[in-house]
Design a protein around this ligand. Sequence first.
Ligand SMILES: Cc1ncc(COP(=O)(O)O)c(C=O)c1O
Length: 393
Amino acid sequence: MTSDFFKYQAQTTPHPLAMTISHAEGSYIYDTNQKGYLDFVAGVSACSLGHRHPKVVEAIKNQLDKYLHVMVYGEYIQEPAVELTKLLASHLPKQLEKTYLTNSGTEAIDGALKLARRVTGRSEIIAAHHAYHGNTMGALSVMGFEERKRAFRPLIPDVRFITFNRQEDLSHITTKTAAVILETIQGGAGFIEPKDGYLEKVRAQCDAVGALLILDEIQPGIGRTGKLFGFEHYNCTPDILVTGKGLGGGMPIGAFTSSSEYMDLLQDNPKLGHITTFGGHPVIAAAALATLKEITESHLMSQTLEKEALIRQHLKHHLITEIRGRGLMLAAIMQSADITNEVVLRCKDDGLILFWLLFEPKAIRISPPLTISNDEIIKGCMIITHVLDSISS
Ligand SMILES: Cc1ncc(COP(=O)(O)O)c(C=O)c1O
């Protein structure tokens, strides 16, 4: 299997972790040697309810017995997608009412960028340095990391970059700007939170010049930071909200949400303003609906902040310089990138899954399922501190 993996399945890094997966349940992933790994990564913030949550599995199985794909996006009335978009709206401010469901986060970002241009009739998009929004050509164009984009240029034109949290840069948002796109909490950059009212100020500048604000909540959204959406912490409502990852409960999804007034523009001039065959797929939507219900009807969101406190309490070591982030979207910053690499690889040997962040080589990602137990958190933190002890001794 391992040799076929390297021979036939395209790789984008020379050193993938390459565990051969047998099965996964709750907070654990098992390899084909039946070794269990405690999962502190959750498929990169995607498996919000852990692995094979019974309610998600049940929703999928029920839908499998009814119908799979029946038609391209938006033509037929399919209950799972309707119920999902309705439930999302019920948890959002009134102006975020209508949702377009996609197959992935990056596709939802592209849809959001298109919508902003369509609404404003302007072309300029402003994004942030070190931002990550996905890897299709649109999302790549607003990624703030030149080294990873250069080989793929030319990308979409009229994109400018500002520095996240730098208020002096807000003057770059002008009447030429269609939209400002930001992650509510920057992920790949190292889990950087907005500070000193930054998002509120971006919101005010967008309002002043008639630009739209797109917030990418693909990672912080759906309960990971202790509220359903990260923007709820910052008194700043976007014009377009983009979600994904954790919404699917382990299934592939993306979504962009805006007002009916704006979203209805995708029907006209040109019509079919955004097309997808599989977006809103009934099985995926059923899984997402079950996930969203569980997260909003249980105590998982409020427990997220207690679990953050537990991690901060148990993850103390002189090789860790800082723990950034909020809720269960945390990055432990090591003294050096070499330490980070060693910890990730040695913890894997010791039965704990950790991972890197895209653009911050000293960071270790800690984004476990929201369902992780306190005992599992303490166990994972002990594995990390033992490895750190052995590195420093
Ligand atoms: C903030 C953010 N935006 C967009 C994406 C892209 O989502 P997807 O990988 O589902 O296309 C990601 C994925 O890591 C992300 O973290």
